[in-house]
Design a protein around this ligand. Structure first.
Ligand SMILES: [Zn+2]
Length: 250
């Protein structure tokens, strides 16, 4: 794919393009078959531009997040100049994706996918469930702000999943865990159906991601319509705490 045919960097002359160092923007260049014009160790950075983001397809955004996760796993993260990204994005943001993930301190989506300021919207709630407010947030991200991907990210050894399996009750947490319980019941599993069984916990987490995606499609006409029109994709994933791989379900 030719970058210029896509209009990805229209408005940028050669030298300016050489200065682009946004994580997603940079990888986008590579994904589009264009070698990024970067000097090693060059510290300048910029957030995603509207032109760059709009030129991406949902599948390209998925590919960029996968590549970011590969960098994370390899310990070869991009150099993020957060101050430059902050300056570049202050007047406007053009994130490529909205990620719905768990609050777990070990599963920070931006780090796992090696993204920077302005690259992704991030919604976090225990057990990565969808409720009206989260649906509204994701509708804003895609229908108003132009994100191309809804990524639901579960993770292994999830405490919220364990709590739902155990029927834990605590204040407002009880109602949240009730939203995960259908995934517990729907999970087919040969073996001990207990929060002590890591394999069962992870099987429920996978079911829960799929349930959340079903909920998004069923309860959000806005997002379901965008997906039907091919403007966005709604995709699940599972983050492995051991090893750091983000496995995509698409
Ligand atoms: Zn969790």
């Amino acid at each position: 794919m030719d970058l210029h045919e896509e209009g990805c960097c229209s408005g940028f002359h050669h030298g300016r393009r050489a200065m682009l160092k946004s994580t997603l923007g940079l990888v986008a260049l590579g994904a589009m078959g264009v070698t990024p014009l970067l000097l090693p160790g060059f510290a300048e950075a910029a957030a995603l531009t509207k032109a760059q983001r709009d030129a991406m397809t949902p599948d390209q955004v998925i590919a960029l997040l996968k590549q970011g996760n590969e960098r994370f796993r390899a310990g070869k993260l991009d150099t993020h100049d957060y101050l430059a990204q902050k300056r570049a994005s202050a007047a406007g943001q053009y994130p490529a994706a909205v990620i719905l993930s768990c609050i777990d301190s070990r599963a920070p989506a931006e780090i796992i996918c090696d993204t920077g300021i302005g690259d992704t919207f991030n919604a976090r709630v225990a057990g990565n469930i969808a409720n009206d407010d989260l649906l509204g947030s994701m509708e804003f991200a895609c229908a108003v702000a132009g994100a191309k991907l809804v990524l639901v990210m579960g993770h292994t050894a999830c405490g919220a999943i364990k709590g739902a399996i155990d029927g834990a009750k605590l204040g407002n947490l009880t109602g949240l865990l009730d939203k995960i319980k259908p995934a517990v019941e729907a999970t087919r599993f040969d073996g001990e159906r207990s929060s002590k069984n890591d394999a069962f916990v992870d099987a429920v987490a996978a079911t829960n991601v799929r349930h959340t995606i079903d909920e998004i499609r069923r309860r959000s006409d806005v997002l379901a319509g965008l997906e039907k029109d091919g403007k966005i994709k709604i995709v699940g994933s599972m983050y492995q705490l051991v090893g750091g791989k983000l496995e995509f379900y698409a």
